[in-house]
Design a protein around this ligand. Structure first.
Ligand code: HAM
Length: 432
């Protein structure tokens, strides 16, 4: 017997039963993000490795340890995208979007790839839904983005989520903070891991998101970035907080939060859920401002801000809720005798064309087994088709939730089903 193959570790199949939750989340995001004026983009899953090295940063765990990188047949180094901000910025530059509009709002959804240590809520192929806004340096743009995430999570019915907020300053004030941080880290050199010794030289901010507990303890007592903000960065951060408050979006300022990607300037934020289903993989969405990224990738000097939510984590939370997802059939057509099979098959096709969701067992089988299947499918009605119904042109719609059968002419089924479908079936999953 040949050996069975399984999916690659950390990469999951999404099957009916669960996919309805994904579709619900994506549908809701599309509708909401559209309301905010964000248009959808789709970029390739593969990019030049250099794109991520230059944007996310060489010293980050994402680029340094977690990328799926390979050389193609033409000897180019390509990587499966670990995130969506850099590809979006590449596309923004490549299509000269700045010449077409001064303010651009994009969103995207799709799989991302990181070779991470796996656990609940952390996978090697995971899905993000994210948005990026280019062209505005105003605090209002940062807050619009956070408002969109907050409304999204609220519409999903998710509670107990805290917005953590920080500012990392800009090229004017960050050098002074860096210098102080390096001085502090030097004083604690002995306590830091060897990776952090290297980070200290190359990119000291990355020491702050080292996963080693000893390094974390050192980082926790380091200098406070907010004390180093220059006047314009301080004013921007104050404005962000004022506007969040005006929108009644609760937040906590967390000066230790630096995010694990290099491109951020000024505002950074994380939406953190406290539900045990996520364990420590509790950040459901995160983002920030990156005013220098587009220019550093060879594009125009355009400020930008964005976020990405982890769909896998949102779905895990929704699975814990009591909500029902997905649509069930309007009608199950059962066949009373083998001679009626073709007529039932044709009827099912016609009713689907007329817009009904129809389930029909192509294998035929006993009426009892078909009725069992109908019940399991959550169909609202069952119609049994036999010789009597075929010759009379009349049948009965049996309401599966109970109640009297409804007489119906075979050529009037779709209208009758719709007319009796106003109230949802109490015992069946329903579209929500
Ligand atoms: P990030 O924090 O690396 O930011 O990822 C954003 C979200 O993706 C996380 O908060 C988490 O929900 C989800 N996520 C990340 N890694 C995994 C994983 N291995 N398994 C499951 N979910 C995961 C970014 O990617 C930035 N591009 C966000 C951004 C957009 N900043 C500005 N614009």
């Amino acid at each position: 017997m040949s050996q069975t193959l399984s999916a690659v570790k950390g990469m999951n199949d999404l099957l009916p039963g669960e996919i309805e939750i994904w579709q619900h989340v994506e549908g809701l995001a599309r509708e909401l993000f559209g309301r905010f004026g964000y248009g959808e983009i789709r970029t390739p899953m593969l990019e030049d490795t250099a794109l991520f090295v230059r944007s996310v940063g060489e010293e980050t765990d994402i680029v340094g340890k977690e990328m799926y990188t390979f050389t193609d047949k033409n000897d180019r180094s390509l990587s499966l995208r670990p995130e969506g901000t850099a590809p979006a910025a590449r596309a923004y530059i490549e299509h000269s979007i700045v010449n077409k509009e001064p303010l651009t709002r994009w969103f995207y959804t799709g799989p991302m790839f990181r070779y991470e240590r796996m656990k609940t809520g952390r996978y090697r192929q995971f899905y993000q839904i994210g948005a990026e806004a280019y062209g505005s340096k105003e605090a209002a743009q940062d807050v619009e983005v956070m408002d969109m995430v907050a409304q999204f999570l609220q519409k999903l019915g998710l509670q107990d989520i805290t917005l953590n907020l920080n500012s990392l300053g800009d090229e004017t004030c960050r050098p002074a903070y860096h210098a102080k941080l390096v001085e502090y880290l030097q004083a604690h050199r002995e306590e830091l891991c060897s990776d952090c010794h290297r980070r200290m030289e190359k990119n000291p901010l990355r020491v702050l998101d080292c996963k080693n507990p000893t390094c974390q303890a050192v980082a926790a007592k380091g200098p406070n970035v907010l004390e180093f903000l220059c006047e314009p960065c301080r004013a921007h951060f104050d404005d962000v907080q004022r506007k969040l408050t005006a929108l009644d979006i609760k937040f906590v300022v967390n000066p230790r939060m630096v995010r694990g990607l290099d491109y951020y300037t000024r505002t950074v934020f994380e939406f953190i859920a406290s539900h045990p289903a996520l364990g420590t993989a509790s950040t459901v969405g995160a983002g920030g401002r990156y005013d220098k990224l587009v220019k550093s990738l060879g594009g125009p000097d355009v400020p930008a801000v964005g976020f990405a939510c982890g769909l896998d984590r949102l779905v895990l939370l929704l699975k814990e809720s009591q909500q029902k997802f997905g649509a069930t059939p309007d009608l199950f057509i059962a066949v009373a005798d083998a001679g009626s099979h073709d007529a039932a098959f044709t009827l099912a096709s016609r009713l689907r064309r007329e817009g009904l969701r129809v389930d029909f067992d192509t294998r035929g089988g006993s009426l009892k087994s078909q009725m069992k299947r109908s019940d399991k499918s959550g169909a609202r009605f069952t119609l049994v088709l036999g010789e009597l119904e075929r010759t009379s042109g009349q049948a009965k719609l049996k309401p599966m939730a109970g109640g009297e059968p409804i007489p119906v002419a075979l050529d009037d089924i779709a209208r009758t089903v719709r007319a009796h479908s106003a109230a949802p079936r109490a015992d069946a999953p329903s579209a929500s």
